[in-house]
Ligand binder design. Structure first.
Ligand SMILES: Cc1cc2nc3c(=O)[nH]c(=O)nc-3n(C[C@H](O)[C@H](O)[C@H](O)COP(=O)(O)OP(=O)(O)OC[C@H]3O[C@@H](n4cnc5c(N)ncnc54)[C@H](O)[C@@H]3O)c2cc1C
Ligand code: SF4
Length: 557
């Protein structure tokens, strides 16, 4: 593994830099680029390594079993899970999954890039409150965020074509849609047969060269894998090189933030962190920007409790770690007479968004979309380990025959759906289990709201209908009817809002409690969207940086 050398400049830890940023992922990479290119001195702390395209392999064992990118108890990062607050959480391999490396999960994600729509930002006003939830409007509108969505399209690199249901956009996509996969031809036909409107999936993957990067070569090892071509639009390739080239950003890899320290006035003074060898450092800064994601950002704030902030930093509302949202899912696999080759290329090339908002006549809140996939993410070993999809023996010659056929002859139609913000769904500090640094492990408490389960079932049923219309000869599927036990969408745990009593950050991502502390990542989201939250996380980061630069220039940080 080529560990890229930390770049110049090297800032003295005892001298105040303008910003210390914690986490170099989807949001952190953008914050680092924007702030450093604007001329501010930035120290970027990232707990993982700085991998490059040449480091990525098609190695299922390394990534899916050994969690080489995502880290788990194997690497000294255990987590615990429980469904409700009155249960004792039990150790699990991983409930809250994310990649620990420069670029964060934007490096190995699937790149499905759905913009939120205007309704997402004001849905509580339109639909009304929902019992047992903290369903709320955002303090910003789609119109306010739209210019930043366009910046994501062009500066990060997105391929697509405006669909019939898409919100208005100020600029076209920079790259045309990815070519349709064989299996998605079936989804498209089936959807049209049911009177629906399938259209090309917007993806953070290049269909043609853009910003000096090449187009996707359709290698198929995409979801959960880093891109060997640099065609996947991670911040690792689209943002970090520019931050480093600015001469104002020092990237420190293998550096895990342990605490954020504040002074008597309640302002951030420095961030304490461990280096890989366990030595402790502290970087002084005028302001801290926490971009560690919806799991690690609240954990760090809770770990930064002090006499002045006994319930955790920035937590006067009690909302730090609360309102965790995952997005729901469902999947239906179909076996076809002929090869459909869903394993090839990127994860999804067609989406159906006709049910973005479910009709209220159904009696529950929800909405989502369906896209075409391979049932085991295009991974041969994944298929073998999940046994035969449609029944049959799990060993012997018939098993091998089934595997051979199913790998090429199956497609999956997956639902991606809303999750409601529920305060008992949370990230908190486990009272017993510790990680390799001696920190309390991440404890996840999660039980899907009944409306979220009903929504998953709706999309599961619709996928079954689509699969039949597509001509599948066998179907098998799943939705988590008893609730999810984890996810990779980590949202809402430091929610944005105007009211300091019910939110953690203001509309510009500034902590309500600590004036020089900013949280910018999946934790800021007020509602979950319909799946694929990262386009919005990135647009929020561009917007947050824009406002932070202006505030800093006015001397208001
Ligand atoms: C397999 C997979 C597929 C996905 N597919 C999609 C998709 O198709 N579409 C979509 O929209 N989303 C997808 N996602 C989710 C998406 O990747 C995340 O929503 C997004 O990356 C979150 O951005 P973030 O900035 O909040 O955090 P991250 O990208 O997770 O970045 C956080 C960074 O902070 C670092 N960090 C954390 N704690 C510390 C600390 N204490 N000190 C130093 N560094 C720290 C982490 O190592 C990481 O690099 C997928 C995720 C996974 C795992
Ligand atoms: S399918 Fe394309 S974008 Fe995905 S990893 Fe392979 S080359 Fe990269």
């Amino acid at each position: 593994m080529a560990e890229a050398a930390n770049s110049v400049p090297r800032f003295d830890t005892r001298t105040e830099v303008d910003f210390v940023i914690i986490g170099s992922g989807a949001a952190g990479g953008i914050m680092a680029r924007e702030l450093s290119v604007a001329g501010f001195s930035v120290v970027l702390l990232e707990q993982g390594p700085h991998l490059q395209a040449a480091d990525f392999r098609h190695d299922e064992w390394a990534y899916d079993v050994n969690n080489e990118l995502t880290w788990s108890a194997r690497q000294g990062h255990p987590q615990t899970f429980r469904k409700s607050e009155d249960e004792e959480a039990v150790p699990v391999r991983q409930a809250l999954g994310y990649a620990h490396n420069v670029g964060g999960s934007s490096v190995h994600f699937s790149g499905n890039f759905w913009r939120f729509r205007p309704i997402d930002f004001m849905e509580a006003s339109v639909k009304g409150s929902i019992a047992g939830t903290n369903f709320a409007d955002w303090p910003i509108s789609y119109e306010e965020l739209e210019p930043y969505y366009s910046r994501v399209d062009w500066e990060i690199g997105v391929s697509g074509l405006q669909g019939p249901w898409d919100p208005p956009r100020s600029r076209d996509y920079p790259c045309p849609p990815m070519p349709i996969k064989g299996s998605d031809v079936l989804l498209e036909r089936a959807a049209k047969q049911l009177g629906l409107n399938p259209y090309p999936a917007p993806v953070a993957i290049l269909s043609q060269p853009h910003n000096g990067r090449p187009a996707c070569t359709h290698c198929g090892f995409c979801n959960g894998y880093g891109c060997e071509m640099n065609a996947k639009s991670s911040t690792m390739i689209a943002m970090i090189p520019q931050a480093l080239a600015s001469g104002n950003c020092e990237l420190r890899t293998g550096c895990t933030a342990a605490r954020i320290e504040t002074d008597d006035a309640g302002r951030v003074t420095e961030v304490v962190y461990w280096e890989t060898d366990g030595s402790v450092q502290a970087q002084r800064a005028k302001a801290a920007v926490v971009c560690a994601n919806g799991a690690e950002t609240p954990r760090l704030l809770l770990l930064s409790a002090s006499n002045r902030f006994p319930d955790g930093l920035a937590n006067s509302s009690g909302m730090v770690g609360k309102n965790l949202m995952f997005n729901g899912y469902s999947t239906v696999a179909g076996l076809f007479e002929q090869p459909v080759n869903a394993y090839k290329s990127i994860p999804a090339t067609r989406v159906v968004h006709d049910y973005y908002e479910l009709p209220s006549s159904l009696g529950f809140y929800g909405g989502g979309g369906i896209d075409g996939r391979h049932p085991t993410r295009g991974l041969p070993m994944g298929l073998a380990m999940s046994s035969s999809l449609f029944g049959g023996p799990s060993w012997g010659s018939e098993f091998k025959r089934n595997l051979q056929r199913e790998f090429t002859h199956t497609a999956a139609f997956d639902g991606h759906t809303t999750s409601l913000p529920v305060s008992s769904n949370s990230v908190s500090l486990d009272p017993v289990v510790k990680d390799k640094w001696g920190r309390p492990a991440l404890r996840c408490t999660y039980k899907d709201h009944p409306d979220d389960i009903a929504t998953m079932k709706f999309f599961y049923d619709l996928s079954n209908e689509l699969m039949s219309a597509a001509g599948a000869i066998k179907q098998a599927g799943f939705y988590p009817e008893n609730g999810q036990n984890g996810n990779v969408h980590l949202l809402g745990t430091c929610r944005m809002g105007n009211d300091p009593a019910s939110s953690v950050v203001d509309r510009f991502h500034r902590s309500h409690d600590v004036p020089n502390l900013f949280m910018v990542d999946g934790s800021s989201l007020v509602t979950s969207g319909r799946g694929q939250p990262t386009m919005t996380i990135m647009a929020l980061a561009f917007r947050a940086a824009d406002n932070l630069i202006q505030a800093a220039r006015r001397g208001e940080v």
